[in-house]
Design a protein around this ligand. Structure first.
Ligand SMILES: O=C(CO)[C@@H](O)[C@H](O)COP(=O)(O)O
Length: 214
């Protein structure tokens, strides 16, 4: 299993040491949450901080834009050294255009769906995405309980990808631990995003390792 630690749960007073730990871990990429206080109720970090993270990270950045109309920020996200930009289905008026522009900018394009959004809504864009992120909590906060129907959404998405002969990856984010991660692995998830499970652990390195063994 590929593991994407969510930096939202990291100790921002000690970002350098947190990134050193992640650089030497089995993490596949770093998941960076951007919140605008509008699409989601919370506000997190912006481009100057992400750029600094990009300079220190040896892992690719997976930037999750919890922002209305994220297409306005494609060049800023790319200039932070981002490998993959995730935008919400619910936040883009012109989703096809935004995903195409992300790819044209040289990044991989990810589309994200909220817990209440059916997988079927992705049918018309699935051929132009590199990754689908299924939110297994309502976005905006770390530490929330896992929403169980996310598991059957992974199954349905796996079927859709097969029908389209797509190699897009399936990422799941929110309430991930060894138990929920095991269920998601069985359903066909490729990447697990985890915040609290990793950063609240007394041994974050080992927490990443344990998820990577699923
Ligand atoms: O995007 C989000 C929340 O909006 C997530 O990335 C959380 O940060 C995951 O946190 P845990 O549920 O693993 O604590």
């Amino acid at each position: 299993m590929r593991v994407a630690p969510s930096l939202l749960a990291a100790d921002f007073c000690n970002l350098r040491s947190q990134l050193d730990m992640l650089n030497s871990s089995e993490a596949f990429c770093l998941h960076v949450d951007v919140m605008d206080g509008n699409f989601v109720p919370n506000i997190s970090i912006g481009f100057p901080v992400i750029k600094a993270i990009g300079k220190m990270s040896e892992k690719p950045l997976d930037v999750h834009m919890m922002v209305n109309e994220p297409g306005r920020y494609i060049s800023e996200v790319r200039d932070c050294g981002t490998r993959l930009m995730n935008v919400h289905y619910e936040a883009c008026t012109h989703l096809n255009r935004t995903l195409t522009q992300i790819r044209d900018s040289g990044m991989l394009a990810g589309v994200t769906i909220n817990p209440a959004t059916p997988v079927a809504m992705l049918e018309e864009v699935i051929d132009i995405v590199d990754l689908v992120l299924i939110m297994s909590v309502n976005p905006g906060f770390g530490g929330q309980p896992f929403i169980k129907n996310s598991i059957s959404k992974v199954t349905r998405l796996r079927e859709m990808l097969a029908r389209h002969n797509s190699s897009a990856l399936i990422e799941v984010d929110g309430g991930i631990n060894l138990h929920t991660g095991t269920e998601l692995a069985k359903a066909g998830a490729d990447i697990l995003v985890a915040g609290s499970y990793i950063f609240n652990s007394s041994d974050p390195h080992n927490a990443i390792h344990s998820l990577s063994m699923l």
